[in-house]
Design a protein around this ligand. Sequence first.
Ligand code: VG1
Ligand code: CO
Length: 544
Amino acid sequence: MQTITVTTTPFMDQRPGTSGLRKRVTQFQQPHYLENFVQAIFDTKNDLNGGTLVVGGDGRYYNREAIQIIIRMAAANGVKRLLVGKGGILSTPAVSAIIRKYHTNGGIILSASHNPGGPDGDFGIKFNGDNGGPATEQVTEAIYARSKTVNRYLTTHAAAINLDHIGHSHIGDMAIEVIDPVHDYAELMQTIFDFDAIRHLIVDNGFRLCFDAMHAVTGPYAIDILEHRLGAPAGSVINSTPLEDFGGGHPDPNLVYAKTLVEAIFGNNPPDFGAASDGDGDRNMILGAHFFVTPSDSLAIMAANAHLIPGYASGLKGVARSMPTSCAVDRVASELRIPWYETPTGWKFFGNLLDSNQATLCGEESFGTSSAHVREKDGLWAVLFWLNILAARRTSVATIVKEHWQRFGRNFYTRHDYEAVDATAANELMHHVEQQLPALIGKELNGIMVSAADNFSYLDPVDKSCSERQGLRVIFSDGSRIIFRLSGTGTVGATLRIYIEKYESDSSRHHEDTQQILQPLIDTALTLSQLRQRIGREQPDVIT
Ligand code: VG1
Ligand code: CO
């Protein structure tokens, strides 16, 4: 094999966001753009030289081309063994599982997750380390620093690898294995959950489920696990073929984008259970007949019911949630007498807690939950967790949630997203809010005292690293919270997220409408931020 050294000049915009580097497909297609970033990974993670690497993606447009480029570069950079999913497909949690199972040195995941795909859509790339989790802040920053100085990359001439057949091949000294993307992941799920009980529920009790794969990566996983292994009738998984443009849809499992599923669940004769996942399979939305489970509640309910699941029957070490996630899980942790942790947004911040066995369950308000079985959030795992709870408790999703509220109280919660906002205006709005914070403490807003107000910073209890400026918080004396954050995953302008939460112990109010209950806090947020004047929007684009 002849190594080719290609001269290049750095791009200055390759700083990864919340979850990897995400840009328009057209930007990734520029000569050397992908190559530079991949070389920055190889130059930063020297153990890949002589090591094993996993590569796969969510099947979006440019996935296959990118994989061929990475395979040639891996060979030229001294990788000894490369595992790649058949068809170039690997979900994010499956990559994490495979890294851990085969003790590889890391993995490269090609995905822009819930962002739309296709020639005019988004593409993305992220590196996961040997624990199976997203690169830590330090590694991410090192890769970014390298991307700003990289002046050559290594590749080789080699015919394209046939990704559509499971089997072995090689380029020079590098062995390439095209693997079944589903097998290892499905086996792992079977070690955690009571598949017999779930199968019994579905096959013998006529329990009906609908899983919307949104034409993204989870289709093959859901068919294998839900239909083949657990006996759900054919057709229970909808939109199951991964498509390069996700069928023109937005592979984001929420009430707005998972339209077909939401119509079925809120229509006549609905299934007992509904769920959806996102582009790369790490998110989950959980629904019951005529019922939506807020992700923050889902995390709390999982923690409270974990003892029913074989894989967690021996108890949880602790739980962790991202800062904007509602505090519902904290109450469960207190009752279970286990610690709970509050981290910045993004799964990379859970890695140390999971590695050091301080947390077993983790979750984010953005439809992400998972556990120590991998180091990523895991959509189908969450679906199986719920199915296992339902198989054990033999009651409806709605009843499980309502009983939970009765026991722990309800954290009313919503997130309002303003998308593709002018970036300067968004930054100025954040600045405007931030400078008011110190003076708010001890004052009353709408009759409730502000007990704390700050820009959240996180001291990692394990490696003692500090991550600052992770979101503006206004915390009230009754536990209500208003949080302002700018997204780190968008590719156009800025996305402003406002998270609103209010705790209610009185169960006679638990059935009330979330937006109505939260309206006074929403109004406070709008006034504080002068949102309408500053960004010229009357309504959020997405409310969850
Ligand atoms: C969003 C979510 C965050 C999640 C991230 C990656 O980030 O808010 O909770 O971890 O997406 O999810 P941001 O910076 O846009 O708020 V995924 O499914 O894109 O890997
Ligand atoms: Co995702």
